[in-house]
Design a binder for this molecule. Structure first.
Ligand code: GCB
Length: 610
């Protein structure tokens, strides 16, 4: 799916700003005809979560339906064009109307969706946009939901969070990313699929496949350029497709140190006349798992970074460009080279920026703590559809080096996971992922409770494990924790012979709390925890990285084990460094030199772009 873009043939109109909101606690909006407009309860900023923004009208913990509306003026410049309404994300599902006309619905959070509205708006007039947003989740949704009744029925009342959630981050509701009305020509470039290869030390190859809405009689011009050079090609459109293969020499490959981007301009023409134009940044690079290594452009790379969240006071899960710039500045400061978009796809702006800054991304489906007691064929269909939408959105980003298909299945250690159902599920999902994208490795972060026999391991190209020895288990005893981690890593490697990323490890820490002895929640304990893990990880030739949990403190549902937030951040929620940030900065400044599995030393890539 192509992002809206302003080019010689395309126009964009932002619909962000202050919208109206009406909370629909009794779910009466449909029968009351709110899709044609309603008397609002309040103003609400888009993008934004309703929770903290409107806490004073009683929606801090609200799970349910809310109606959004705004008026958009459709400019005369859109005359004669195809007009599309695009919503960057609405969590977790939405239905949309324009001028009272139902356009459709979208079931997945954290992903964009759009509807053509050409026939439902008049240029030179305003249009009423109404969006019914719901942050309710069920057994079949991605992620799965949970209710207060589940906790009681399963005799897990002490696990109960408020609002109920199967995950450890706040279930914010709202339109979290930008809304736009954009216009393209009636015949247009529908999709672009770019794949890149390294041919030799100085040669790269860019293969581009373009989907078009016009079938024949058109041509497509390809122009690939850097500051210094450019390459051009022409192709005929056949059955709505045009393809090019561009040899780039000399080629500057995309890497953390030099995130070189080439600008690819696609021009659709008929009889020499320009119909549509689209531009895409292309990074030429290759990712591979080989033996016990993760290779970027043929060189081993060691992932230094975090699991993150989209989370900030008042904004909730809304896209914020100042925060984006701040976070990437902190990643650079701390000498990180990567992060996982735990536990859902982040805004496209984040990936665009990672492309520019040379940050490696593990891109995660919003499937969290899947419980196989409630997993049905419908769940699998939805999970596959989610993955399809994610890959369609993010496939062209050089920063995306792997797909994470889920986080910590089998959270409740349900037996159904290990009776063949778990294995069949991941087998089918992994096949689906590989059919959609054969160029990137896949992984599924494992929870210790799913054991070393986690069927997900069978289908991962590299293994990811989330571990909390020294925190949830063996609290205050980092010597025991380090030993357990070390033994478990060896056991997993021995069994699967695949490289391992420690994709989560961390300790809740109250900024400003200190102790001379090993004491949970102190800044010193967080440092000791991270030091211990990093030392064990460095001692294993088959580890490919360490992602600390978490980059910053973040809000969680209410539970007795959380003081408003999960405090495992290395930075506070407002991005002040804790002591551990200085430890990591120094630790990651030394590009780790690790002995490889076959004994020879390898200097690992991964310094930040200078
Ligand atoms: C995990 C989860 C993450 C939690 C974290 C914790 O394993 O993947 O979502 O926030 O543990 O701090 O408990």
């Amino acid at each position: 799916m192509l992002k809206p873009q302003q080019t010689i043939s395309r126009l964009r109109l932002s619909c962000d700003g202050l919208w109206n909101i009406k909370i629909d606690r009794e779910n009466v909006g449909d029968v009351n005809g709110w899709s044609a407009g309603f008397a609002p309860d309040a103003d609400v900023a888009v993008p934004g979560s309703w929770n903290e923004q409107l806490a004073e009208i009683g929606v801090m913990n609200y799970i349910g339906v809310a109606w959004y509306q705004t008026r958009v003026f459709v400019p005369t410049a859109f005359e004669g064009k195809r007009i599309v309404l695009r919503i960057g994300s609405a969590d977790f599902s939405a239905r949309v109307w324009i001028n009272g006309k139902f356009l459709g619905s979208h079931e997945f959070g954290f992903l964009p969706f759009e509807f053509e509205v050409t026939d439902h708006v008049a240029v030179g007039k305003s249009a009423l946009v109404v969006v019914r947003v719901s942050n309710e989740l069920t057994d079949d949704t991605v992620p799965q939901g949970v209710t207060a009744e589940n906790y009681i029925a399963e005799n897990r009342v002490r696990d109960e969070t408020f609002p109920p959630a199967r995950f450890d981050f706040f279930p914010y509701g709202g339109i979290h990313r930008s809304v736009e009305l954009y216009a393209t020509p009636k015949e247009y470039i529908d999709d672009i699929d770019v794949q890149t290869n390294i041919v030799s030390a100085s040669d790269g190859l860019v293969r581009a496949k373009i989907q078009l809405t016009c079938l024949d009689g058109a041509t497509v011009g390809f122009r690939l350029e850097s500051d210094a050079q450019n390459w051009t090609q022409e192709a005929n459109v056949e059955n709505g497709v045009a393809e090019a293969s561009i040899a780039v020499n000399p080629c500057q490959f995309w890497s953390c140190e030099h995130p070189q981007l080439y600008l690819l301009t696609i021009q659709l023409r008929r009889d020499g006349e320009l119909i549509d134009e689209y531009q895409l940044n292309v990074g030429i690079r290759e990712v591979k798992v080989e033996g016990a290594k993760l290779l970027l452009n043929g060189k081993p790379v060691f992932l230094k970074g975090f699991g993150k969240h989209e989370d900030f006071p008042v904004l909730g899960k809304a896209l914020s460009l100042p925060l984006l710039v701040k976070d990437f500045g902190l990643l650079r400061w701390i000498n990180a080279n990567s992060f996982r978009t735990s536990h859902y796809p982040y805004a496209e702006e984040v990936l665009d920026y990672a492309d520019r800054k040379g940050i490696l991304i593990i891109d995660e489906v919003a499937d969290i703590s899947r419980d196989f007691r409630y997993t049905s064929p419908k769940s699998l269909e939805n999970h596959k559809a989610y993955l399809r939408e994610l890959i369609a959105r993010d496939k062209n980003h050089p920063c995306v080096i792997a797909w994470s298909l889920s986080n910590e299945p089998n959270y409740l250690a349900e037996l159904e996971y290990h009776d063949g159902r778990g294995d069949a599920y991941w087998k089918e999902l992994a096949q689906h992922a590989r059919a959609l994208d054969e160029t990137r490795p896949i992984t599924i972060p494992n929870l210790q409770r799913a054991t070393i026999n986690d069927p997900a391991f069978n289908y991962c190209d590299f293994i990811s494990i989330n571990r909390y020895y020294g925190w949830y288990e063996n609290p205050g005893q980092m010597d025991v924790a380090g030993k357990r981690l070390s033994e478990e890593l060896d056991a997993i490697y021995e069994k699967y012979q695949k490289p391992i990323l420690v994709s989560e490890f961390g300790a809740d820490t109250v900024a400003g709390l200190h102790s001379t002895t090993d004491q949970l929640f102190t800044e010193e304990y967080q440092v000791k925890f991270l030091e211990t893990y990093c030392a064990v990880i460095a001692s294993k030739p088959y580890t490919i990285g360490e992602h600390v949990w978490n980059f910053a403190d973040f809000r969680t549902p209410q539970h007795h084990r959380r003081v408003v937030m999960n405090l495992k951040g290395v930075f506070t929620r407002t991005r002040e460094p804790k002591r551990a940030a200085f430890f990591l900065k120094e630790h990651w400044a030394k590009s780790p030199v690790k002995s490889s599995v076959n004994g020879e030393a390898a200097v690992l890539a991964g310094a930040f772009e200078k």
